[in-house]
Design a protein around this ligand. Structure first.
Ligand code: SF4
Length: 359
């Protein structure tokens, strides 16, 4: 934390980040659940103004890239018209993950989002502050959340902050989450603290809570889960034609923090989506590799990470460690679960060696 020079610089719709391929904007989708019509409309905006793809991030957000700098006001207007910019002041703090296979949590996500946006003081939260709404299985608790609520049924659950827990009723969940976020703001000691894990163990943010070891469910792998389908998106880049196919077959998707989307009731769509290059099998090589954008999109490297990761998939079918290919030691997009990072590889053989595959 001490190496940071100030506030986080996470992009939003109103605060683009300028990369070598143009401006990047990040759209928040609290809980990840959205209509496919909205996803398709967002994809059309991406294709109209920049790269014809939607980039899924490790925090369950969606990025549009290769956009003009400065951003045309019509682009921002179109995103706002889709309902994806409900609060200019709070857009970067609406980072809410939710268990993707638990639709009963959607009202709680909506309640948290509405309360967050209605609280002027909470617009000061860092763009990296992460909220999580989980179910009894511990879904999404693998991610680097700051405050979480784990629903345990029967109108009760536990609020989680760092390694501490507090039992609360369902009705008290959102007020308690907001209270802990306010304690974080009051006691973080400056802009360089972005997350609860940056605070000391005796911080007042944990006051009155009990030490608790969180049990998290592993990330969803591509493939059917009952009638639903987890669709892995290769390297997190969801192409226009793939969105169009989803739009023709489903009303809703859930964006996950694992560069995938869940299609509720979509298990029968697996063959069609496989044909479009999406990952719908647990042993898909795309389930074993991820990458930062690297060159030529990021000026911090000359390593073409996406090309190397793509080439590696030819030899990565089956079980094995997850490999994350990065162009520098910043390790952007690194998975929060077990993986091997390969930094600035000069060849695909280096990527495969990190994955335990001999060339
Ligand atoms: S890890 Fe380095 S090279 Fe890759 S996107 Fe991040 S800053 Fe750029």
């Amino acid at each position: 934390m001490t190496e940071r020079d100030g506030a986080d610089r996470c992009p939003g719709v109103l605060r683009p980040f300028i990369a070598d391929d143009g401006a990047i904007i990040r759209v928040r989708v609290p809980g990840g659940r959205m209509s496919v019509a909205t996803l398709a409309a967002l994809s059309a905006v991406a294709a109209e103004f920049g790269a014809p793809l939607l980039q899924l991030t490790s925090r369950g957000n969606i990025q549009l890239r290769a956009l003009p700098d400065p951003l045309p006001s019509t682009l921002v207007d179109k995103i706002a018209a889709l309902g994806l910019l409900p609060s200019p002041t709070h857009e970067r703090v609406r980072n809410i993950l939710a268990a993707p296979l638990a639709p009963h949590l959607a009202p709680l996500v909506a309640e948290l989002d509405a309360a967050l946006v209605a609280a002027p003081d909470l617009s000061a939260l860092p763009g990296r502050f992460l909220w999580a709404i989980s179910d009894a299985t511990g879904a999404v608790l693998t991610q680097p959340w700051d405050v979480a609520y784990q629903d345990l049924g029967d109108d009760h659950g536990r609020v989680l902050v760092g390694g501490y827990a507090l039992d609360v009723s369902r009705a008290d969940a959102v007020p308690t989450l907001l209270e802990r976020a306010r304690l974080f703001l009051a006691h973080r000691g400056g802009e360089r603290a972005w997350n609860v894990r940056d605070l000391p163990a005796d911080s007042p943010v944990f006051a009155g809570m009990t030490p608790y070891a969180v049990s998290a469910a592993p990330p969803l792998r591509p493939g059917p889960v009952g009638a639903d389908l987890v669709v892995g998106v290769p390297l997190g880049m969801l192409r226009t034609a793939q969105v169009a196919a989803l739009a023709s077959a489903s009303d809703e998707v859930v964006v996950t923090p694992w560069r995938s989307v869940v299609v509720p009731g979509g298990a029968y769509l697996a063959p069609m989506l496989r044909g479009l290059g999406l990952a719908v099998d647990p042993d898909s090589p795309w389930a074993r590799v991820s990458a930062c954008v690297g060159a030529p999109f990021c000026r911090r490297t000359t390593t073409r990470t996406l090309d190397l990761a793509t080439a590696a998939t030819k030899s990565l079918a089956g079980p094995g460690p997850l490999v994350h290919v990065v162009g520098c030691d910043r390790r952007c997009g690194e998975p929060s679960t077990e993986h091997v990072s390969v930094v600035e590889p000069s060849s695909v053989d280096q990527v495969l060696a990190a994955a335990g595959v001999s060339a």
